[in-house]
Design a protein around this ligand. Structure first.
Ligand SMILES: [Zn+2]
Length: 133
């Protein structure tokens, strides 16, 4: 069996904030039953993607998601936002709205994979943002 067939990955579009790394990896490995999380790292990525999905910043995010899918057969995609984000300093309610918009955007391009949104609160506790809320 080839190594590639053994390893399992998902993809996180996460903030560059150091506080957001381990909680997201921990949440997503359990959520999707994968060993590894490929990270597309930006300062406030949900703000970038929700603002304009055709922008240069968004295209860069999509390019890196594609690498994760093509090279690692990523099984799922998560967009992440968090409390006290320096790159996207908006209230939680607004960031969560952006997360929902991001999931819609991601589903257009990656409809064959689960696309979820994750919010990290002030204690870096991860919670999945449901569509209905
Ligand atoms: Zn941030």
């Amino acid at each position: 069996m080839q190594v590639e067939e053994i390893l399992s990955f998902c993809t996180a579009i996460n903030c560059l904030d150091g506080r957001a790394q381990l909680p997201v990896i921990s949440y997503l490995t359990r959520r999707f039953g994968v060993e590894f999380v490929d990270v597309v790292s930006e300062a406030g990525p949900a703000g970038i993607l929700a603002c304009n999905s055709e922008s240069q910043g968004s295209r860069s995010i999509f390019r890196r998601i594609d690498i994760s899918i093509e090279a690692h057969q990523s099984r799922a995609i998560a967009i992440v936002a968090h409390h006290d984000c320096a790159g996207n300093p908006k209230p939680a309610t607004e960031q969560i709205k952006e997360l929902r918009k991001c999931v819609e955007i991601l589903r257009k391009s990656y409809s064959n994979l689960p696309n979820i949104a994750v919010w990290l609160d002030a204690d870096q506790k991860a919670a999945e943002i449901g569509e209905e809320i």
